[in-house]
Design a protein around this ligand. Sequence first.
Ligand code: GLC
Length: 486
Amino acid sequence: MKDIRIWFASSEVAPFAKTGGLADVAGSLPKALKKLGADVRVVMPKYRQIPKEYVERMRFLGYTMVDLTWRKQYCGVFSLEHEGVTFYFLDNEFYFFRDWYYGMFDDGERFAFFSKAILEMLPLIDFKPDIIHLNDWQTGLVSVLLDAHYRDYRENGFYKKIHTVFTIHNLKYQGVFPKQVMDEVLGLDWSFFNQDGLEFHDNVNYLKAGLAYSTVLSTVSKTYAEEIKYDFFGENLQGLIRKRSSDMYGIVNGIDYDLNDPEKDERIYKTFSIDRPEGKYENKRRLQEDCGLEVKADIPLVGIISRLIQQKGFDLIERMMSELMDLGIQIIVLGTGDQRYEDHFRWAQSRYPGRVSANICYDSVLAQRIYAGSDMFLMPSLYEPCGLSQLFSMRYGTVPIVRETGGLKDTVIPYNMYTGEGTGFTFANYNAHEMKDAVVRAIQVYRDRDRWRKLVKSCMSQDFSWDHSALQYMQLYNMILDRYGG
Ligand code: GLC
């Protein structure tokens, strides 16, 4: 394969800044691409929240000015080598030293700045990528800005041959702003404001910009790539998605197998492996002890780690809580989100003491301990572009119970009661009783110790490392260069 230069842009990257799965992907995929020989560099905003240990190691490379129509804004460029990959951080304290990453009144301007800076800074670091790999709405403008202001308009043809890949991690979040951003912030000609372009119900839609102007589109599982062509999943963009379906690829996410390894993970209570699974029981015991659950080896412990939002299927769990409890299980939940679900789990913990543990917070150590110590992992999502938690679970021998949608469908093989094949328990319809039925089936198998042990082993022997999927991205990049010229 050719030496290929990738400029990978994301608004969040683990371990520097994270609100969701996008950060995990942006933190681990580049590492895997690098292993395959790509010259990949990653760019993100320099947020206030980035831990000090990383900020202290950053190097200041210089600055550039970013043009936002009637004003030019300073953009400092810092870099840091981390696990063999070079990361670039864009500094402007006015935009990125905020209390949180998103949800500010001026997000439209903040991420326009980010998107422009992603292009503007390239000459400064003397990096001419073959492909810019964009992720989600926060970087969606890059492709249209490249066409409108850079490709044919900059000296030396620096931007001439750059192609773009736009990856959708979640179609629901689109970055929709009043149309005035067109000339007040973006400085884009109104000819881009049309049905096939940026216009969306008389507003500007940043994600749609990515869909409309990028060379190639992708999303994070094959099933989700299909689903979003239809009204139910398409979030009002299904028309454009159908139109571009021949440019749409589904590549399932991997996870970082080095950082998530039950044999080496220092965050869990006791390490274990597929050949020495006993350690898993010790993890369960300690987790029960630390999280206020009755310490009992033979009661099925169900883990839930998620943002507590509707997408993740909490309506079903809320509806079924008392019936699930009647099945004689324990539930441990970790996450924050909508008040309604937070309150529900707090209520459940007081209603079922010793049986429900509600951890309404974000805690990366506890997360690993739940993956390692639970027997089952519940993820009944309404929709799920890929989902990473089911992959972490399987890696730690925790059997997933999932709804058959998006990446959940592509990564969890339904358990076959007769042959003993499969890796989890699944249900098709978004229906509380179907979910309960999947839990009942899981408990049945759990009660048969030999069958369960075999199932746990099947989970642990799956390979969801990046090796396979990173290779598919490399093939995609090469296809683009072959087809459109490098
Ligand atoms: C989003 C999606 C999730 C996916 C992740 C990484 O958070 O909701 O399904 O796994 O992005 O691609």
